[in-house]
Every structure is written in structure tokens, then in C-alpha cells.
Design a protein around this ligand. Structure first.
Ligand code: HEM
Length: 199
């Protein structure tokens, strides 16, 4: 029951952020920061707003144990879709990272996030092709923890504004805080899964 509630919350958040990205894509009048993003990176922003939401929602379906174990064929197809979406979403994210708001601190935060996102997902894919199931699981957990930066970022930004923090300073910190704790949490989970398996 607790697992189902947790997963439903994750799915709702994923759908909310995905819907927001798709709205930015089709909106006739975009907020200033998004309008400027589309002017500076017409292709990158388009690819990013189409592919990253797909990764976010497909990944949420992939972490559901019931779907994974009962519908293996669906899991495989969603896995391929997830990898493709991350490769395109990550490459476009990387192409925009070094002009992100907030200067070098946030540029490197997003840049490193993009590189690790591409790397962890590719390693997860290669492990799956080699039949190394546990290694595949570990890399995909890391990959999805990084995908979830899209959600944590959009929780931290309004929270920092409510707390009255200056936007630029908060944005620089959030460019790192949106993914480093997620990755540490994934590492903890991976270690726990390994020790449970050994026990
Ligand atoms: C995890 C790897 C990701 C990286 C490295 C990344 C990178 C970026 C960068 C550099 C920008 C421009 C920021 C700026 O100019 O200040 C951006 C904007 C954006 N990204 Fe991503 N992104 C990632 C994942 C995602 C995901 C999974 C979504 C899912 C919906 C997403 C949705 C958006 C949206 C909607 C924007 C527009 C600006 C905003 O609302 O903040 N991104 N991304």
C-alpha cells in the first residue's frame, strides 16, 4: 500500500512536470525565460521539451515493480524508449547547459548533470545487452535519480522564492542541489538492495 502511494505520487509529479514542459512547447505566449531559451536554442529547446518529459514518465513506469515483473515485453519497449529519450534529452540539455541562467556555477551544475545522465543511462543499456541484470538495475537507478532532477528543481525553485532568497544565488545552488542528493539517495538504495540480496 505504502509502495503504491509512493509510486502514485511519483507518477503524478512526473506527469505534472512533463505537462509543464509540453505546455512551454506549445504555448502561444511563453514566460520570458522560456521564450529566450527557444530563441537562443531553437532546436535544443524543442528536442529537450519533447524528449525529457518522455524520459520522466517512461522512467516512472519502469520503476513500478508490478509492471516490470508482470509485463516484461512492455518493460523492454519502455526501456528502449527511455534510453532514446535520455540520449536526446541529455544531448540537448548539454547543448543548453553552458548558457544557463546564473553563470558558470549553474552552467557546470547542469553540464555535469547532463554528462552523468548520458553516461549512467548508456552504461545501464550496455549492462542490459550483456545480460548483467544487477548492474543494469544499479545504473538505471542512478540514471532515473538524475532524471528526477527535473522534479526536485521545480520544487526547490518556488520554495527558495517563498523563503525570500535572491533568485540568481538560489538558482546556482539549485543547479547542484537538484541532482547531487538524488544520486546519493540512489547510491544508498543500491547498497541496500545489494545487502538484501546477499542476506
Ligand atoms: C537530467 C538531465 C537534464 C539536464 C542536464 C537538463 C538541462 C537543462 C538546461 C541546461 C536547461 C536550460 C536552463 C537555463 O537556461 O537556465 C533546461 C531547461 C528545461 N528543462 Fe531540462 N534538463 C534535464 C532534464 C529535464 C527533464 C527530465 C525534464 C522533464 C520535463 C526537463 C525539462 C525542462 C524544462 C521544462 C526546461 C525549461 C526551463 C525551466 O522550466 O526551468 N529537463 N534543462
Amino acid at each position: 500500500m505504502a509502495q503504491w502511494t509512493g509510486w502514485s505520487t511519483l507518477m503524478l509529479l512526473a506527469l505534472g512536470v512533463a505537462g509543464y514542459a509540453l505546455w512551454l512547447l506549445v504555448a502561444s505566449e511563453r514566460p520570458d525565460f522560456a521564450a529566450s531559451l527557444f530563441v537562443r536554442h531553437p532546436v535544443g529547446a524543442l528536442v529537450h521539451m519533447v524528449c525529457s518529459p518522455v524520459a520522466l514518465v517512461a522512467g516512472a513506469l519502469q520503476v513500478n515493480r508490478a509492471i516490470r515483473t508482470r509485463h516484461l515485453v512492455l518493460h523492454r519497449w519502455l526501456g528502449r524508449l527511455y534510453v532514446l529519450a535520455v540520449l536526446l534529452g541529455g544531448a540537448s540539455g548539454l547543448s543548453m547547459a553552458f548558457e544557463a541562467q546564473g553563470g558558470p556555477v549553474s552552467e557546470w551544475g547542469f553540464g555535469l548533470l547532463a554528462v552523468l545522465w548520458l553516461l549512467s543511462t548508456s552504461l545501464g543499456f550496455v549492462a542490459m545487452r550483456r545480460g548483467a541484470r544487477n548492474t543494469h538495475r544499479d545504473w538505471m537507478l542512478r540514471s532515473y535519480a538524475l532524471t528526477l532532477a527535473a522534479i526536485t528543481l521545480r520544487i526547490y525553485i518556488p520554495s527558495s522564492q517563498i523563503a525570500g532568497l535572491p533568485f540568481e544565488d538560489a538558482y546556482r545552488a539549485i543547479a547542484w542541489l537538484c541532482w547531487v542528493p538524488n544520486l546519493l539517495l540512489a547510491e544508498w538504495l543500491i547498497r541496500r538492495l545489494r545487502s538484501t540480496a546477499t542476506a
